[in-house]
Design a protein around this ligand. Structure first.
Ligand code: ADP
Length: 297
């Protein structure tokens, strides 16, 4: 059982030959709306990987809200704790050019209203094996959720994305920190790019760290002195959007199941690889069978 407290957005994606400069208008050539947000993506990833997953979050009262809710429900995520608040849902306005360079503005909308947890939210957290959070909702809400989990003996997995300074009250509650290299450097407060030094620096703050390394897989370190490097499956990457979300959702489930850590990392890497070898974000998130198949290779 995994409970996610996090963001849910509609991604509005326009493609154009070139990106506009300030004040410029360019004519695009394609448009799509895709459910997103790290919280919702990771909840869908965990559910598709086989987790009993609950989502605590907020959508607005607009035309996107219904589709965002339905997208979570279609993946089997329990949306009872997903509230509707007056105003817009979270949206990401994304422009992508022919070279796949992008411009993104995120308007948090309803995600910014998730400022207080109710008793029912806390019950959803304390009934889980793992609480999974990211940093796209108000930081104080993440702190509240992590504290509730920790008090109940529920393991806290924090995907510290997008990176921002983290209060001690949050770091103290984290069991497992999941970051990419850029986030690791930002949180450790060093420019150091060497993975093993970054892991060392992060262990000063949290007891266990997983660092994703793109095509190089993932690395793990803990305060007991254990270190692991797990290579990624060899695949042809087509679109790595949401690969990190696929990885983290699968990782949270395997962590909840208390699978051995080497196994947990390999399985999460398999999930990231399946996602990276196909187009799309939320639509590319793999099922348990697909992850198992990649894992077995
Ligand atoms: P983020 O997108 O958050 O920066 P990464 O790029 O590190 O995350 O990717 C997350 C995970 O997805 C990696 O740890 C890896 O398991 C998988 N992955 C990403 N890109 C590739 C790739 N080119 N080949 C194989 N696996 C990949």
């Amino acid at each position: 059982r995994v409970t996610v407290v996090g963001s849910v957005n509609m991604d509005l994606v326009a493609t154009a030959p070139t990106l506009p400069r300030p004040g410029e208008t360019v004519l695009g050539d394609g448009f799509s709306t895709v459910p997103g947000g790290k919280g919702a993506n990771q909840a869908v990833a965990a559910a598709r990987a086989g987790a009993a997953c609950r989502f605590v979050g907020a959508v607005g009262e607009d035309t996107f809200a219904g589709e965002l809710r339905a997208n979570l429900a279609a993946a089997g995520v329990d949306t009872e704790r997903l509230r509707s608040t007056p105003g817009p849902s979270g949206v990401a306005l994304i422009a992508v050019d022919a070279a796949a360079e992008n411009l993104i503005v995120v308007a948090p909308g309803a995600n910014a209203t998730l400022t207080a947890l109710t008793d029912a939210d806390r019950a959803a957290i304390t009934a889980a094996d793992v609480l999974l959070c990211q940093l796209e909702i108000p930081l104080d809400t993440v702190v509240q959720a992590a504290a509730a989990a920790r008090d109940a003996g529920v393991s806290v997995v924090l995907n510290a994305a997008p990176a921002r300074p983290l209060p001690a009250a949050l770091l103290q509650a984290v069991d497992l920190l999941v970051v990419n290299q850029g986030e690791a450097a930002a949180i450790a407060g060093i420019g150091e790019q060497d993975p093993s030094r970054l892991l060392d620096a992060l262990l000063a703050h949290v007891p266990r760290v997983v660092m994703t390394l793109g095509a190089a897989g993932a690395a793990y370190a803990d305060r007991d002195g254990q270190r692991l490097d797990v290579p990624a499956p060899r695949i042809t990457a087509v679109d790595t959007t949401a690969a990190g979300d696929a990885f983290t959702g699968a990782l949270a489930l395997a962590w909840a199941q208390r699978r051995p850590i080497a196994d947990t990392l390999r399985w999460a890497c398999a999930a990231g690889a399946v996602c990276a070898q196909r187009h799309g974000a939320a639509t590319a998130l793999p099922t348990r069978a697909e992850i198992d198949q990649m894992y077995a290779q």
